[in-house]
Design a protein around this ligand. Structure first.
Ligand SMILES: Nc1ncnc2c1ncn2[C@@H]1O[C@H](COP(=O)(O)OP(=O)(O)OP(=O)(O)O)[C@@H](O)[C@H]1O
Ligand SMILES: [Mg+2]
Length: 264
């Protein structure tokens, strides 16, 4: 199953969620691949890949037709592999501008990897440029992280019609696996009000677990570690274990034919 982590807004916890959800799924015995599509390579660095060893990367797979298996490598976490990103992705949109079927390239290139993994999580740059669109086309479903702050609802409302349009254009559906509330601070009234607003509007499409602000989650990437390596007893680690458990339940509902409860 391929799941894209997308949002038009930056800094909402896409990478943190991608890396730690992937590690939590791997720790319960799932075979997991993280595909890093962000030229900043935050997910790759967070998983302990040194900057000087980012190549070969997803840029080689997408721009130079490298078979995906040649660029994937293991991480320190058993069962968790990474297809790193590199700064070569920076001009991806302009390089690909005239190429026909450019949105389908990632889907084609990831196909050989699909049978090896229970979960492929794709970390996207913030925007709805070609790379996140390609991830949505390649994915079976997507997770939308939202920080319950000012204009949070707008971020959700922007993205859902985009996924719908892709369905019309490419003849495949990409379901919403769930909206996940991240960097939640219950002390602020804005956060509490926005959580109510989002839950009121999107109901069961919102993950029950909320990822609260946790300093350990913000510190782990600088050490090139997942939260489970950095501080397995932290509230952040506990939250991502719960998110993994809920992801398994949601994924099993989506997989059952005719029960696409969260369909977009
Ligand atoms: N639950 C949390 N508690 C505290 N800090 C967090 C939490 N989740 C994420 N952060 C921090 O917030 C910042 C943004 O998170 P992250 O990089 O995961 O977001 P993103 O959506 O991937 O951002 P970008 O748009 O830059 O790709 C990072 O510094 C990260 O360490
Ligand atoms: Mg990111």
């Amino acid at each position: 199953m391929i799941t894209a982590l997308v949002s038009k807004k930056g800094g909402v916890g896409k990478t943190t969620t991608c890396v730690n959800l992937a590690a939590a799924l791997a720790s319960i015995g799932k075979k997991v691949l993280v595909v890093d599509l962000d030229s900043q390579a935050s997910a790759s660095l967070s998983l302990g890949i040194p900057r000087e060893r980012l190549a070969p990367s997803s840029a080689d797979v997408l721009l130079h037709s490298m078979p995906v298996g040649e660029a994937i490598r293991p991480t320190r976490t058993g069962g968790l592999d990474i297809l790193p990103a590199s700064s070569d992705l920076t001009n991806f949109d302009s390089i690909m501008a005239t190429r026909p079927d450019k949105e389908l390239l990632l889907r084609r290139q990831l196909r050989p990897a699909e049978t090896f993994y229970d979960f492929i999580l794709v970390d996207c740059p913030s925007s709805l440029s070609l790379l996140p669109l390609s991830a949505l086309v390649a994915a079976d479903n997507f997770i939308l992280p939202v920080v319950p702050q000012y204009l949070a609802l707008e971020g959700v409302q922007n993205l859902l019609p985009t996924a719908q349009r892709l369905h019309l254009r490419f003849g495949k559906r990409t379901d919403l696996l769930g909206i996940v509330l991240t960097i939640v601070d219950y002390r602020t009234k804005t956060n509490r009000d926005n959580i109510n607003l989002i839950r009121g509007q999107f109901g069961s499409a919102v993950f029950a677990i909320e990822i609260r602000t946790n300093i350990r989650l913000a510190e782990a990437p600088a050490e090139g570690m997942t939260i489970f390596e950095f501080d397995p007893g932290s509230a952040g680690a506990k939250a991502y274990r719960l998110l993994a458990a809920e992801t398994l339940i949601r994924a099993s509902h989506l997989r059952r034919p005719g029960t696409r409860a969260q369909a977009v």
